[in-house]
Design a protein around this ligand. Structure first.
Ligand code: ZN
Length: 168
């Protein structure tokens, strides 16, 4: 009796992500599958909900709205930052992806939208904010998570793609 997907299960999937215009923005196919812990918000909410109760061998097509995906584009997410805030010697270019760190040490990915004389317009919205997401998923494997994985809220081990940070 194969396990089906539920909270606290480690799930292995292959997936392809396309947008409304049919363009493919991400895929695990041809590479390593994605391994994640179900019920721990490791993946976008709409996809996680649609995979609940599915079993290995099932193919699932999921359409996810921005609300259930990466959210809407927040105009407040764009701001002008003085050039001297960037590391010295860094060649600033439009489209460049950087990571800033806030006071709590959280990593905030951002994209440069415009480089002016004195300052730089950066966008902190997720690159897929505001997009409908279309996933084609194959469920490959489902197993129970270990106690440690459950307490950390993510998958460990060789299939986990998990670069372990220091845990408190
Ligand atoms: Zn961990």
């Amino acid at each position: 009796m194969p396990e089906s997907i539920a909270d606290g299960k480690v799930v292995t999937i292959h997936y392809t992500l396309t947008l409304d215009d049919g363009s493919e923005v991400d895929s695990s196919r041809g590479g390593d599958p994605l391994v994640y812990l179900h019920g721990s918000q490791n993946i976008v909410p709409g996809l996680e909900a649609a995979l609940t109760a599915k079993s290995p061998g099932e193919a699932v097509k999921v359409d996810v709205t921005p609300e259930e995906g990466y959210g809407h584009v927040d105009p407040e997410g764009q701001r002008r930052v003085p050039k001297e805030s960037f590391p010295e010697g860094l060649e600033l270019e439009v489209g460049m992806e950087l990571a800033a760190q806030d006071d709590d040490g959280h990593v905030l990915p951002l994209v440069i939208k415009e480089v002016a004389d004195a300052d730089v317009l950066v966008d902190m919205n997720h690159p897929l904010a505001g997009q409908n997401l279309h996933f084609a998923v194959d469920v490959i494997e489902v197993r129970a998570a270990s106690e440690e994985e459950l307490s950390h809220g993510h998958v460990h081990g060789p299939d986990g793609h998990h670069h372990h940070h220091e845990h408190e």
